[in-house]
Every structure is written in structure tokens, then in C-alpha cells.
Design a protein around this ligand. Sequence first.
Ligand SMILES: Cc1cc2nc3c(=O)[nH]c(=O)nc-3n(C[C@H](O)[C@H](O)[C@H](O)COP(=O)(O)O)c2cc1C
Length: 356
Amino acid sequence: MKKRMRGAVADRISDDGQLELPGGDWPLDRPFRIGDLEVPNRVIQAPLAGIANAPFRLQAQRHGAGLSVSEMVASMGVHHGNARTVEMLRLDPAEQLTGIQLFGAVPEAMAEAARAAEAHGAALIDINMGCPVSKICKTGAGAALLADPVHAAAIVAACVDAVSIPVTVKIRRGLTPTEARPVEVAKHLAGAGAQAITIHPRAAADEYRGTADHRITAELVAALDIPVIASGDITTPRMAYEVLAATGAAAVMVGRGGLGDPWLFGAIASGAPSARPGLPGVIAEIQDFAVQVVALMGERRGVHYLRKFYPWYLVGEHVPQSEVSNLLLIEDFDQVLERLSALAEHVPLATSSSLN
Ligand SMILES: Cc1cc2nc3c(=O)[nH]c(=O)nc-3n(C[C@H](O)[C@H](O)[C@H](O)COP(=O)(O)O)c2cc1C
């Protein structure tokens, strides 16, 4: 972080250690560049497999994310013309800045998928080198690439050659804590033309255990002359502020914290208190999102996709668990919308047996 920005950070923390959150001179509200791409602020919605589809990304952007990243897309699926995979490349015309994240281990297939993503309007290509899931790592993709920086760099170089938009890479600390060499890996990737590196500083073997060690993020910032984006455990404006200040990262990426709380993107981007409304407003937000999801995915897939969101939105809203559970049993989308409206008006829901 530039000295000027460090001063601004210090000014926001009062004597009792409380972070004051006025608007104005808030460092996360400033634009930054990834290659030729100007990102309007320093809050990025994380790629989330099975979650970060177009309606989710639009919602994050509407609430203040400066850039969204798609769920990871299989380059081999694009290569084979798999309809579901190709559908994942499609952006909504209302999306502002969306990067498409690709995974794979074959440079030619990654280059082909990068070209397809660019043709669909991606603002950048992000390459997944952090996924710890064994099904992905077994194919040599995701976090497995951290063990072979030369091959990882060849994938980056192939994508950079294939497109004119920026190519970025998202990495973890390493495969295991003891084998980790994130600075060496990141230098290879930057040398091959990556224009930003996002780091989630946990080892793949640790999955989501422990805490993200952003001292590693700071090491990357010191070693690289491209932007570094910090991902991991950033769930409040204060944490975003502190991670930026402590590491010098160019931006923060928000994943789990934004699930059921899209207002978090705006709070982090602006430094203003969260605009999360009361229960009726939260429910209106879910309903808007749900309508877009069903328009994209169709009723059956959409209704199932939406189920994971109800607990995320409604926990903490004093909605009884039984009522959240009832929502998970409904197959008919109109009934979902009706039940949500009833919840907003504090009407007790019917028992599950009457929903079938
Ligand atoms: C459900 C879920 C799906 C994820 N999918 C992806 C993915 O497709 N690509 C990726 O690079 N990271 C993925 N991640 C990792 C996140 O992008 C992020 O780096 C990680 O969750 C740490 O950030 P957080 O603490 O803000 O959630 C996923 C994480 C979760 C919880």
C-alpha cells in the first residue's frame, strides 16, 4: 500500500481501536488497474463454484463489487462443446465487469476456452490454480499446478497469447504448508504474463481450516510488480481495511462473507455502514434474485440452486429454523415466492406435509 493510503487507514482508527467508517477518503473506494482494465474499486466478488452464476454476479455488482469472477469453468468442457459448460461462459448484458475463471491442465485447451470466454464478453480471464478438490487435482488442474510452476506458467503463456484481455491467476499458499513456495510460483506466473495474482493464503491440504495467513499475501506484494489481490476471511469493512493496510494488496476478494449478505460488498467498497435492510427488505432481495435465477436456470434447477441461499440470508434474521427448513421442501417456484412473502409479513408457514 502506498504511504499516502497507510496514513488514510491510520486516520480511520480512533484511539479506542474502533474503525470509523465515514464515506469520502476510503482506500477501498479507489480505482485500480489490472493490465489495461480499470476496476472502479478494490472489492472483488470471489469465484465460487456452484454459486457465482450471472444473477449472483449481477447482485454483487449492484451492491458495490467493482469486479466479479465467475464460478470455475472446465476448459475441457468448452473444448468438447458441453452445453452446460458453454452456458457458464454466458454473461448477462447488465453485468459490468466480470472475469471468467477457467480450470484445466492442457495449455491448448485453456487457450481455446480463454478465446471463447473473451468472445462472450469477459473482462478478464482468471486461471484457477487453487482448487483443492481431488477430482480436479487428479487431472493436474487447480492446486496441483502449484507443484509444477513451469507447467503452470506454460498455461498462463498460452492464455496470454490467445486473448487481448488481461489474464490473472488465483493461487493458494501451496499444496501443503511444508511444500509451499508461493513467491516462487507467483514469480513464474507473472513472468509468463499474468497481470494480477489473487492469493488465498491457506494450503490446499488445509481446505478451509485455520485462518488465512495474509503475511504470505504481503510477501507476494513485496516480490511482484503486478497487483496482488487478497482472498480469505475478509468478512467486514474493518478486516478489508486492515488486510489492505497490512499487506499492501491492491484489492480484497470477498467469498463466503457475501453469501446471504450482498450488502457487504457495498459496505466494504464505501466504508459506510452496511445498508442491509430489515427482514422485509432482505426477503425482497431474495425474491428479486430468485426470479433472475429461475429465468436463467429454469424452475427445477433454479429452485434447487436457491435452497442453499435461504439459511445464508435468514440466519440472524430471527426466522425460526423450522420455517427455513420448510422452504427447502418446496418444488414449485410460485409457492417459494409466496412463502417468502408470508415470511416477510410474519405469517407462520404451513407444515412441510401440506407443501407436497
Ligand atoms: C463454496 C465455495 C466455492 C468455491 N469455488 C471456487 C472456485 O470456483 N474458484 C476459486 O478460485 N475459488 C473458489 N473458492 C474459494 C474462494 O474463491 C475464496 O478464495 C475462499 O473461499 C476464501 O475466501 P473467503 O474466506 O472470503 O470465502 C470457493 C470457495 C467456496 C466456499
